[in-house]
Write a protein that binds this ligand. Structure first.
Ligand code: AMP
Ligand code: MG
Length: 402
């Protein structure tokens, strides 16, 4: 087992663990939040035919070079109607947005630039070819549009439909066990006795799992006893693709996740040179990948975001650009001094704001790793290299959380 590894090394070691990825066919109406397993090509040209971008008149541009031209109205082109009038010299067809361009016409005059008198129309503005949406100007039939590994969101769902697909092959959601450990933990909604705290990590971690396109399976809290922990890990290994625990990975005598993994599991590494989130443990339990996240709520979030999320994205073979992720790397200017950490990559919570001269970062709450409010009051994490303090006015790397 390696100890005190850099985040890069931790990611490399974690990537030696994985679970078999499976795929399934998902109907279009359920694609939101799913990851494509195979690329999707368009089944059609989009637009499928030349059509008008505006309500107005389909005309021949050469007829309209002088303002006040009068044209004979030969019919109407409506969306969804295939009975198209032919537009010859000196003629115009009424046309609605999205309706096919009648043969003979090559430009559109918007309705605001016209007056209608009987079966004639007076043209008072320009005839624009640019108001015609040309066949296949958006998508060509057969063109590969969405790569495998794309996370389907609202725009992607519309695009899949536009391309003519009623279903798609997706990555089956892996099931990730979420297990909190600690004698002090009780469920919110009950009364706290002295020394107890509400169990919060499993809710946050399960939500992060879901945000990555996986399914979280929350287990009951495991108290600090090694038999109970062993049983729960066995059950999780049998029913889940990977296991996330929280708590019990520090140096203490009651840090049983670490002890059990060392004695009976296959640990790969323990402790990563990051702050917060120093003591995570990673390895496998009965051939199932396991991440032992720290108990401190901010630490467990930060370790998930920086280590577990990229690992999970890799296991699902998601696309680097278009797949699920929890953060984007950005450059931000510090509006105050921010302390780094000796020998550790320092990920302090910052509020990133887009101002007139770029993005700035400031601190708004106590930064303790026990203060989960700091993850809500802020929307980013500094990436201060080891032994580096951030100075007011300086521009640094940061993660902008999604
Ligand atoms: P541990 O690593 O088990 O020593 O936990 C470190 C700190 O995190 C302690 O203050 C614990 O009470 C707290 N903690 C551990 N697990 C949870 C949890 N599931 N929810 C909230 N706080 C926790
Ligand atoms: Mg504990």
């Amino acid at each position: 087992m390696e100890t005190s590894v850099s985040l890069e090394r931790a990611l490399a070691l974690a990537n030696s663990l994985s679970f078999p990825r499976s795929t399934e066919i998902t109907p279009l109406s359920l694609l939101n939040g799913r990851i494509l397993a195979t690329p999707l090509s368009s089944k059609v040209d989009d637009p499928a035919f030349d059509n008008s971008a505006m309500d107005g008149w389909a005309v021949r541009a050469e007829d309209c070079s002088t303002e006040g031209t009068i044209l004979e109205i030969v019919g109407t082109s409506r969306a969804g109607n295939d009975q198209l009038p032919e537009v010859s010299t000196g003629q115009a067809s009424r046309i609605m947005t999205g309706a096919p361009l009648p043969p003979g016409a090559d430009a559109i005059v918007i309705v605001e630039d016209s007056t209608e008198e009987g079966n004639q129309v007076k043209i008072l503005g320009p005839a624009r070819p640019g108001y015609i949406r040309k066949q296949a100007e958006n998508l060509q039939k057969g063109q590969k549009i969405l790569p495998a590994g794309t996370l389907i969101g609202p725009a992607e769902a519309s695009l899949v439909a536009t391309m003519g697909h009623h279903e798609a092959e997706t990555v089956s959601r892996p099931v990730i066990a979420v297990i909190s450990t600690g004698d002090e933990l009780v469920q919110p909604g009950t009364k706290l006795s002295p020394g107890q705290i509400y169990e919060s990590n499993s809710y946050g971690i399960a939500s992060l799992v879901e945000k990555m396109g996986a399914t979280a399976k929350r287990f009951d809290v495991v108290h600090d006893n090694i038999e109970g922990l062993r049983l729960t890990l066995d059950e999780a290994a049998n029913s889940c693709d990977a296991i996330l625990t929280s708590g019990g990975v520090s140096m203490g005598e009651w840090d049983l996740v670490r002890r059990l993994m060392e004695e009976e599991g296959e640990p790969l590494f323990w402790k990563v040179l990051i702050r917060p989130g120093g003591p995570p443990l990673c390895g496998s339990w009965k051939d199932t990948p396991l991440f032992g996240l720290p108990g401190n709520p901010v630490s467990s979030h930060v370790v998930f975001i920086s280590l577990v999320a990229p690992w999970l994205a890799g296991c699902m073979e998601s696309d680097h650009e278009l797949g699920p992720r929890l953060a984007d790397r950005v450059r931000v200017r510090l509006t105050e001094d921010i302390k780094g950490a000796p020998k550790k990559l320092c990920m302090r919570r910052i509020r990133i704001e887009a101002g007139e001269d770029g993005m700035t970062a400031s601190v708004h709450t106590h930064q303790g790793s026990g203060n989960i409010h700091s993850m809500v009051a802020h929307n980013g994490l500094t990436l201060l290299p080891p032994d580096t303090n951030g100075k007011e006015g300086e521009t640094i790397d940061a993660l902008w959380l999604r």
